[in-house]
Design a protein around this ligand. Structure first.
Ligand code: CP
Ligand code: NVA
Length: 313
């Protein structure tokens, strides 16, 4: 049993900081908030509270879902562009953290360096929520898990195959899956495999939850018998200059009908979006009957509202 107060004031930087029970608590809360929202039951749990949203990278889903989420919870959200803030001109993160803590009730930040977000969290005395770094994208995984539960009724024991770049998305899925007892298989080309530290962490969480972890360079091995096939862009934000080189290196790692044939017949296709049809995924898969990418995108709203309520209410 998670006490309502247990998550209050906590940062949400990486799923490694949360127990299996806490993750399920947030998923249950997300389902409850979604049900209430769909049925016109208002829930002004953050009335009078303000979330600052710092963006040093582009965003469609994260920005809109956090802003709408705060509005639906009776609070407000402030969009803060890294270009306009004084951090863009060199104001130290510790000073920024302490100043913003005097005005705001929480901060969501999307930036490059994961260490910068950790430093912000160290000096701020309000919750810091990771809206994506080069290393992790944990809010997306909460929405993904909510979507899997809606379609499959559970997480434990399912096999999630991630095919493509061993990036922030792969890292957060690996850690999340290992925490909740889901089997995870990642296939990436040599040189683009997931971070070693994250892989080691995943294996140690998996040993506790009893899930299996496979990291391979063979997409067919990873996708075999999968319940979920997940992919993401081959060139993430900040890697635009490598785009052409990556298209060549990742040939053979496209999620298409041929690869999907080795998964379970009722497999679900996931992509955090934005997607590049014809690169990491074929149009017939992402726009086909097994794809749940827009449910996933919608659930960003509900899953993040749960995180906001649990940490800030
Ligand atoms: N999936 C995701 O985080 O989307 P945005 O980059 O649009 O926020
Ligand atoms: N890996 C992608 C995810 C975008 C939501 C990126 O970092 O650009």
């Amino acid at each position: 049993m998670i006490a309502t107060q247990q998550l209050k004031g906590r940062d949400f930087l990486c799923l490694s900081d949360y127990t299996k029970e806490e993750i399920y608590y947030l998923l249950d809360l997300a389902a409850k908030l979604k049900h209430e929202q769909k049925n016109g039951i208002s829930h002004p749990l953050l009335a009078g509270k303000t979330l600052g949203m710092i963006f040093e990278k582009s965003s469609t889903r994260t920005r809109v879902s956090f802003e709408v989420g705060m509005f639906q919870l009776g609070g407000s959200a402030l969009f803060l562009s890294g270009r306009d803030l004084q951090i863009g001109r060199g104001e130290p993160i510790p000073d920024t953290a302490r100043v913003l803590s005097r005005y705001l009730d929480g901060i969501m930040i999307r930036t490059f360096s994961h260490e910068l977000v950790q430093q912000l969290a160290e000096y701020a005395d309000i919750p810091i929520i990771n809206g994506l770094t080069d290393l992790q994208h944990p809010c997306q995984v909460m929405a993904d898990f909510q979507t899997i539960i809606e379609h499959k009724g559970k997480l434990e024991g399912l096999k999630l195959a991630y095919i493509g770049d061993g990036n922030n998305m792969a890292h957060s899925l690996m850690i999340g899956a290992a925490k909740v007892g889901m089997n995870v298989a990642v296939a990436a080309p040599e040189g683009y495999l997931p971070d070693k530290g994250v892989t080691d962490q995943t294996r140690s969480f998996a040993a506790q939850s009893g899930s299996q972890v496979l990291v391979t360079t063979d997409p067919l091995e990873a996708a075999a018998n999968a319940d979920i096939i997940y992919t993401d862009v081959w060139a993430s934000m900040g890697q635009e200059a490598e785009q052409q080189e990556r298209i060549q290196k990742f040939a053979g790692f496209q999620v298409n009908a041929e690869l999907a044939r080795v998964a379970k017949p009722d497999y679900l296709f996931f992509h955090c979006l934005p997607a590049h049809r014809g690169e990491e995924v074929s149009a017939d898969v992402i726009d086909g009957p097994n794809s749940v990418v827009f449910d996933e995108a919608e659930n960003r709203l509900h899953a993040q509202k749960a995180i906001l309520v649990a940490t800030m209410a």
